[in-house]
Ligand binder design. Structure first.
Ligand code: SF4
Length: 330
């Protein structure tokens, strides 16, 4: 078994002593992983968990909450981050520290009026941070997915005498950062070590789809609508084609982005917040920077041909995956 893991250690306990916890994103890779876990352990022998960011496509929410649980007769646990305490602390900081830093009164008043939890995890994270995440500052993955799942795993580990294994739908050919992923690896939560298992690392995208189809399991309907990524909708890593698809198929999401940009801008020390960072030219005022990057500008940029006029360094970073170490999106 250790040969399958590049000569690295693998678990030595009997499989009957294992409790797989499958990270499920609603994508094809975690679906394939879930099927494999069910075929080995049965539905009573595994746990399945998903992280709800409150920024998901409704079709994915339906798929995770109903289609898959009903198809397999399983329960999927949902974890969600809550930033109420962080926002309360930020209010105190804005009230006491911003005036000493020369932040204008109108910006402080605007931030204090906005720094209240909305109940939407993704938006609350951005209100707390006073900005949206970006490819370079991708705090969303850690705050919305990794931390809640780590807490969940801690609770599962504390509640069982079995060896908890976090099963992740990670494939080596997904991205350069996953090219050396191991099938078995020791991971750790805040307080505990556990095994990570990636049973599909050698499979291609076509193979995982064929595997799900061979078992008659429905795929996330987003794939049939031209989406190739399942995760936040939209994700800060969206490329032109995905933004254009949003514009054509999901105008209500564009509308939501506009509203979120207004709210996050109001909570920001610079008075601006844009969901995408498509154009980072130096020498602009904050207002010009907002204008160049706001959602409507991103849509216009997405309509330009590849390599169009607004292509800049930020966009030269290879399209990234969500880097959740728990394989919670693809
Ligand atoms: S899917 Fe994208 S926006 Fe969502 S947590 Fe991952 S990187 Fe961030």
């Amino acid at each position: 078994m250790s040969e399958q893991n590049d000569g690295r250690p693998v678990p030595t306990y009997p499989r009957v002593h294992a409790l797989p916890v499958v990270s499920f994103s609603g994508g094809k890779d975690s679906l394939c992983t879930l099927i494999k876990a069910l075929e080995i352990y049965g539905r009573d022998g595994i746990r399945v968990v998903t992280a709800d960011t409150d920024n998901e496509n409704p079709l994915t929410v339906e798929y995770i909450n109903h289609t898959i649980p009903e198809f397999f007769g399983i329960k999927i646990d949902v974890v969600k981050a809550d930033f109420t305490a962080q926002i309360a602390r930020k209010r105190v900081y804005v009230e006491t520290v911003w005036p000493t830093k020369g932040v204008p009164d109108d910006i402080i008043r605007s931030a204090l009026a906005t720094l209240h939890p909305t109940g939407n995890a993704f938006l609350d994270l951005c209100i707390w941070k006073g900005r949206f995440p970006s490819r370079r500052v991708q705090f969303c993955t850690q705050e919305l997915k990794s931390r809640p799942l780590s807490d969940y795993l801690d609770n599962v580990i504390a509640s069982t005498s079995l060896h908890v294994e976090n099963w992740q739908g990670v494939r080596r050919d997904e991205s350069a950062s996953r090219a050396n992923a191991l099938m078995w690896e020791i991971g750790s939560t805040k307080t505990q070590a556990h095994w990570i298992h990636r049973p599909i690392i050698h499979m291609s995208a076509l193979e995982v789809v064929a595997f799900a189809r061979s078992r008659g399991v429905p795929l996330n309907p987003l794939y049939a609508l031209g989406e190739n990524r399942v995760g936040c909708f939209p994700c800060v890593n969206c490329g032109k084609a995905e933004i254009l698809n949003l514009y054509h198929r999901w105008p209500e999401v564009i509308e939501r982005m506009r509203e979120w940009e207004r709210i996050v801008s109001a909570a920001s020390k610079r008075g601006l917040g844009t969901f995408f960072f498509i154009n980072q030219e130096d020498g602009r005022t904050d207002a010009e920077h907002f204008e160049a990057n706001r959602i409507d500008s991103a849509v216009e940029w997405a309509k330009t041909a590849r390599g169009g006029t607004q292509f800049d360094l930020e966009c030269m970073i290879p399209p990234a995956m969500c880097s959740s170490e728990y394989g919670l999106c693809e």
